[in-house]
Design a protein around this ligand. Structure first.
Ligand SMILES: [Zn+2]
Length: 130
């Protein structure tokens, strides 16, 4: 059931009403009322989190550690490097000139570097051999 505010015949949900899934990070409307609060957006994500914990246990990791795919971790680190470089570029550009065109260019440059990260999500490994 979707929780929210009833306005006329529409239900609105604001971002602060949303809870983040502990597996995928997607926002979802938290359950209200009795019972333990949901941590996952869907049952399959709760199951995958359980499987990831089990896999990490079999690998001898602590409850705070997870296994991740090396390629996906590398891709995420590459995107972070691009963003870090863009920040350095923008900082240097703005030290030279603080006119409107420089700010416009800075915003575009930062958006181009940040947008690939906005959709990036690194999930723990949930299946496979350890
Ligand atoms: Zn989820």
């Amino acid at each position: 059931m979707l929780n929210g505010h009833l306005v006329d015949s529409f239900i609105t949900v604001t971002l602060r009403d949303l809870q983040r899934c502990a597996w995928c990070g997607a926002g979802f409307a938290p359950n209200r009322g009795p019972g333990r609060p949901r941590r996952y957006c869907r049952p399959s994500h709760r199951q995958r989190a359980y499987e990831a914990r089990r896999l990490a246990e079999r690998a001898g990791l602590t409850a705070e550690e997870v296994l991740v795919d090396r390629g996906k971790l590398g891709m995420l680190n590459d995107r972070l490097y691009v963003l870090e470089s863009a920040i350095d570029d923008v900082r240097a550009d703005l030290e030279e000139s603080a006119d409107l065109d420089t700010y416009r260019g800075a915003v575009v440059h930062l958006l181009e570097a940040a947008m690939p990260l906005a959709n990036a999500h690194l999930e723990p490994k949930a299946t496979g051999a350890v």
